[in-house]
Design a protein around this ligand. Structure first.
Ligand SMILES: Cc1cc2nc3c(=O)[nH]c(=O)nc-3n(C[C@H](O)[C@H](O)[C@H](O)COP(=O)(O)OP(=O)(O)OC[C@H]3O[C@@H](n4cnc5c(N)ncnc54)[C@H](O)[C@@H]3O)c2cc1C
Length: 157
């Protein structure tokens, strides 16, 4: 069966893949050059990926020293086979996006609320009210995207 292997150039199509993802994978590099990759919930708006977490942990220590990240989104996973008895005829269809960028921490109260709502919009499609302590306690940050590539792979049928 012919395969579709397509580089995606259209920004709107790349954003569609991001919007259809249920999480992203943030790749970081520590000061000893060791990679560290974590799954995250996210929100996306205007070429920025919004993230939230507790105030501490390994990821925060890394990001405060090296804010360069690589972020992966992937959707539409589907296994299919031309011949179910032939291992190499199995393929995984997918659409994926890779973003390169820099993390900026969001400190201002109103901007933190905005960041939380961008994340909540991704999962619920609506905005929320937040208590003051919950906003004060959460750490919010965004990846400002500098480069974004996208690819589609699958059966043409
Ligand atoms: C689908 C999904 C969505 C998530 N969304 C968020 C989010 O939006 N915000 C958020 O803060 N966290 C989220 N998490 C959890 C996140 O991936 C990390 O586990 C968490 O943030 C702690 O990371 P840390 O670097 O602070 O770990 P620390 O508490 O500092 O612990 C570091 C140690 O624990 C190990 N470790 C840390 N996390 C994981 C993990 N997930 N799996 C296996 N080993 C681990 C590391 O290898 C390291 O040895 C999500 C996890 C999943 C699976």
């Amino acid at each position: 069966m012919p395969k579709k292997h397509r580089i995606i150039f259209k920004e709107t199509e790349k954003e569609e893949i991001i919007k259809n993802s249920d999480c992203c994978y943030i790749g970081m590099v520590d000061t000893d050059n060791n990679p560290y990759v974590l799954p995250f919930n996210f929100g996306y708006k205007d070429k920025c990926i919004y993230l939230h977490s507790g105030q501490s942990g390994k990821k925060i220590e890394i990001l405060k020293k090296n804010n360069s990240v690589c972020v992966v989104f992937s959707t539409g996973h589907k296994i299919s086979a031309q011949n179910k008895d032939v291992a190499c005829s199995y393929i995984m269809s997918y659409k994926s996006v890779i973003c390169y960028g820099k993390v900026e921490f969001i400190e201002e109260y109103d901007k933190k609320v905005e960041a939380m709502n961008i994340i909540m919009q991704q999962y619920t499609g609506k905005n929320f009210e937040y208590s003051i302590p919950s906003i004060n306690n959460v750490l919010t940050y965004k990846v400002v995207i500098e480069e974004m590539t996208a690819k589609e792979f699958g059966n043409l049928s």
